[in-house]
Design a protein around this ligand. Structure first.
Ligand code: ADP
Ligand code: MG
Length: 577
């Protein structure tokens, strides 16, 4: 048996766990018919693996080589794990035979089910007729337009690759499951793969080949290209629907949107083949971010590769959905505001409903929370956690732009945004690139009205994001002005210590009518309230702000930034209290 195939099969049996260095060497050695001593002799200690092992089992490792006893114990643990997964006693002597047996079993079943460990995540499996098979057993609401379009894309336009892109919780996975159920009659096979545990392209290809063309595994090509060719051949032979859920898991964070994680570029090759080569199947991807492959393919091949933005659920369907979660029917005007506040995001609406029931006991009493929501004071940890994960993936310039879009609180042009970044100016092209990258992460929305198209495009972020980013910024302001940091500021440190207060304006220098008042209420007053809560004596706070202000004014030359005007605004507001 081919050694790489054996390693891939073992990884696939143990998925989502992947093999570490020594486990790979054990499988390699055993398949090659080596004894444990020969495996030790043939294997150099992996530096990283040895560091990890040293933390726990120092005595098991000699310098430069693993100890035989360590290799034997690790092998025994591996056989035990495989025994549990396969329900067959696995030993060093029968590993190769059992792997062949496993391939035949998979061929007979048509697919290997690899269970996922995450609760949120759907197990990989072949769909039967209904989305209940994916564990989505609640009723499905709305999305009629999306379903019509998606059906048309496959049935009429013969699309080969479709990306459902949207913020977390918008309902991409649910929609993919629903469309798979509705179109199940049109496909011979439907295969669902979640990428949440970041399977390597090698493991994914092997899994797909096992499901679609198990006989191919007996003489598997060595190269990824060869394996992908085999896969495309089976997509040509049968009408298959492949669903790759959570594609953002294999994309890198803190860089411009759409790049793959290190060692995951093989996915580019796979997606290009599915989108570019002739076959009669279709792949649907769900993702919070657009992989660069798709961005390119939909330009080169717009007929066959398409993406659909999954925004909020339409108002009436969303209202029915929250009622199914226990929310009373709200007066229409109130519902419109709640719907807009959560951007129609079904997960956010569901979390908010559940929390509101918890807080009030449910029923009409839930309506009493409305003023808190209006004032931006109703926040839910799990919504914030999800937004934090999205924010932390942004590159530095993207984070800066998102802060400024939250401060602006209304759509603004890239020129206006650029003018705000006074400390580290950026070229217009950099700002546009970053805004487009943010759009590919579904964070910014570029206006598309005919009027704006004639002038310059305006950019904004969604209300839930505005509320979250504002809270995050206020947290930073308050931390920078914490009482414990108030003693002995060495002057050269001012710019570092008040980094956010110097980079971002609490009230923009030239705000438009109405916006100044909103910034005052949602940023300035909210910061003051938080500061008063952390400083037991407002007089001390006031003295401290005065002191920094004086030290700042004394700097020569006066540094660029917003610290000076922010301190003036804070002092003025504090004195009004
Ligand atoms: N059309 C819908 N009908 C009913 N429930 C939905 C719908 N869309 C989303 N949901 C619910 O909202 C939650 C988030 O949806 P999900 O599909 O997981 O979002 P995403 O994949 O975009 O992160 C799920 O709990 C799901 O049950
Ligand atoms: Mg999902």
């Amino acid at each position: 048996m081919d050694v790489n195939l054996a390693i891939g099969l073992v990884e696939s049996i143990l998925a989502p766990k992947s093999l570490n260095h020594i486990q790979i060497e054990i499988v390699r050695g055993v398949i090659a018919g080596r004894s444990y001593q020969q495996i030790v002799d043939a294997t150099k200690v992996d530096r990283l693996a040895s560091q990890q092992a040293r933390g726990t089992e120092v005595e098991t490792i000699d310098s430069g080589k693993y100890k035989v006893s360590y290799v034997k114990t690790t092998a025994a643990q591996l056989w035990q794990l495989l025994t549990q997964r396969l329900n067959q006693k696995v030993t060093k002597d029968n590993l190769a035979a059992l792997l062949l047996w496993y391939v035949k079993q998979s061929a007979a079943k048509g697919l290997v089910d690899s269970q996922s460990e995450s609760d949120e995540d759907l197990p990989d499996r072949e769909i039967q007729q209904s989305r209940v098979n994916f564990g989505l057993d609640g009723a499905f609401y709305g999305r009629a337009e999306e379903i019509t379009t998606l059906t048309n894309w496959y049935v009429v336009e013969r699309c080969r690759l479709i990306l459902l892109i949207g913020m977390g919780g918008m309902g991409k996975t649910t929609l993919a499951a629903e469309i798979a159920a509705q179109l199940s009659g049109k496909f011979d096979r439907i295969i669902w793969k979640s990428l949440v545990n970041t399977p390597s392209i090698k493991v994914l290809c092997l899994d797909l080949l096992q499901a679609l063309s198990p006989q191919a595994l007996v003489d598997l090509p060595d190269t990824l290209g060869g394996q992908i060719d085999l896969l495309i051949a089976s997509l040509r032979q049968d009408r298959c629907l492949l669903i790759f859920d959570n594609v953002e898991s294999i994309l890198a964070g803190q860089v411009q949107c759409g790049q793959y994680l290190a060692d995951y570029d093989g996915y580019d090759q796979l997606f290009r083949a599915i989108g570019g080569l002739p076959h009669k199947s279709c792949a649907i991807l769900t993702s919070r971010e657009k992989p660069h492959t798709i961005a390119r393919l939909e330009i080169v091949n717009p007929q066959l590769v398409k993406s659909m933005n999954i925004g909020g659920m339409e108002s009436t369907a969303a209202h029915e959905f929250v009622q199914s979660q226990g929310c009373p029917q709200l007066p229409e005007w109130m519902w419109q505001e709640v719907h807009a506040h959560y951007d129609g995001n079904p997960l956010a609406l569901k979390i908010a409903t559940m929390a509101a029931i918890e807080m009030t006991g449910g029923g009409e009493k839930m309506l009493e929370l409305y003023p808190l929501m209006k004032a931006g004071k109703l926040q839910f940890q799990s919504i914030d956690d999800s937004l934090t994960r999205q924010f932390d993936r942004l590159s530095q310039i993207e984070q800066q732009l998102v802060y400024w879009l939250a401060i602006a609180r209304e759509p603004i042009t890239s020129t206006e945004l650029r003018a705000n970044l006074v400390i580290h100016p950026h070229a217009p092209g950099e700002i546009i690139n970053a805004l487009q990258s943010l759009a590919r992460r579904c964070i910014t929305i570029g206006s598309n009205s005919a009027r704006d198209r004639l002038r310059q495009r305006k950019w904004s972020i969604q209300p839930v994001m505005i509320a979250y980013v504002t809270r995050r910024l206020i947290d930073r302001f308050v931390a920078e002005l914490a009482p414990e940091s108030s003693t002995n500021i060495p002057i050269p440190d001012l710019r570092d210590r008040f980094f956010h207060l110097n980079h971002y304006a609490i009230i923009q220098p030239k705000p438009k009518d109405g916006i100044c008042q909103i910034q005052r209420q949602f940023i300035l007053q909210a910061t003051i309230e938080r500061l008063i809560a952390t400083w037991s004596h407002p007089a001390n706070l006031s003295q401290y702000l005065d002191r920094i202000s004086t030290e700042w004014q004394d700097l020569d030359p006066l540094p660029i930034g917003y610290l000076g005007s922010n301190l003036v605004n804070l002092l003025t507001e504090l004195n009004l209290k």
